[in-house]
Design a protein. Structure first.
Length: 337
């Protein structure tokens, strides 16, 4: 049976939220509704520059039916234009879930700012962990997709599925700053580190398009193949192309260098083809510099090179235009054209 004391407290909360904060609701578009809990405590005060502020403690629950939003926290502060939750803050809606130490919801801007031990989950299951993040809800005629902005080196785990809907190993992204447009476009800058099952990469900035299965690494990028026969690739810009979530092609432009256990390629441009996570073919050409292939026993120079290397073992090298080969012949065949 409910005690008279709790009944009076609950009535007091409801009355205060329906009478005194009426001015607040007039200034805020369709505010969230406080759902009084047995332990909820409420006080009202006026702060210079903020007007009337409602302070809530003892555990708070807000619901926003028009937005399908639910918010919880140990305590909260209700201002004229936003709500602040403090301690074990939780924000839930159909397309986004986040927990943090502090959370601010700005309904007019449709923004959520989480700070302190932020753990966010997007519709695809991708997650973000970091010290601070801002989530912007989709708004007609303003932003068609949700957006998320995070700094202070958040860690993102991108969940992906193949063409049959089966989950594939996630891609990890760590950077000083990350901007996500929808659940598929990711912009990262500042000491970017990207990890996939078959590669690891570093760069100053990166752009990932999950829908098109492409990735661009910019400013001192470095790519490493991490499977049975590792290789490295550097250049001014590196582009990666996947199909059905499997890496198919890597293109390095300007000052490109590819190093494997059997050969080193240098040229303006290097185009690597991947099969079963291993190098299968390599093309090198240049406008400013010629293509060079160096192995323990050979040195090959030409305008362009075509290297067949199934399972990452060099079998055939074609040198095109003005070719020069040096070294002792062995099992590798050279063809100058």
């Amino acid at each position: 049976m409910t005690s008279p004391r709790f009944t009076r407290r609950a009535l007091t909360v409801v009355c205060l939220m329906s009478s005194v904060p009426a001015a607040l609701r007039a200034q805020r578009p369709t505010p969230c509704t406080l759902v009084p809990q047995p332990t909820t405590r409420l006080t009202l005060d006026s702060l210079p520059g903020f007007g009337q502020v409602v302070f809530l403690g003892g555990g708070v629950l807000f619901k926003c039916p028009s937005r399908s939003i639910t918010m919880r926290g140990d305590s909260a502060e209700r201002y004229a234009d936003h709500d602040q939750l403090v301690g074990n803050a939780v924000y839930d809606e159909p397309r986004f879930h986040v927990t943090s130490d502090f959370l601010t919801y700005l309904p007019a801007d449709e923004k959520v700012v989480a700070a302190g031990n932020v753990h966010a989950t997007l519709p695809s299951g991708s997650t973000l962990v970091g010290p601070v993040a801002e989530y912007q809800r989709p708004v007609p005629k303003l932003r068609p997709h949700e957006r998320m902005i995070a700094n202070s080196r958040p860690t993102i785990s991108i969940v992906q599925k193949d063409s049959l809907g089966r989950p594939t190993p996630p891609t990890g992204v760590v950077a000083n700053f990350v901007y996500m447009d929808g659940d598929s476009l990711i912009y990262a800058s500042g000491q970017v580190v990207i990890t996939r099952p078959e590669i690891s990469a570093t760069a100053d900035s990166a752009f990932i398009d999950q829908g098109r299965e492409t990735m661009r690494l910019m400013r001192t990028p470095r790519l490493k193949g991490t499977k049975d026969r590792p290789f490295t690739l550097t250049g001014d810009v590196i582009d990666l192309f996947s199909r059905n979530r499997k890496l198919q092609r890597v293109l390095a432009n300007a000052n490109a260098v590819a190093v494997s256990d059997s050969m080193t390629l240098k040229s303006d441009t290097i185009d690597l083809r991947i099969r079963n996570d291993l190098l299968d073919h390599a093309y090198a050409w240049g406008a400013k510099s010629r293509a060079r292939a160096v192995s323990p026993s050979q040195n090959l120079l030409a305008d362009s090179l075509d290297v067949a290397m199934p399972s990452q073992r060099v079998q055939l090298v074609r040198a095109l235009r003005n070719a020069l080969a040096e070294g002792k012949p062995d099992t590798i065949r050279f063809r100058a054209e």
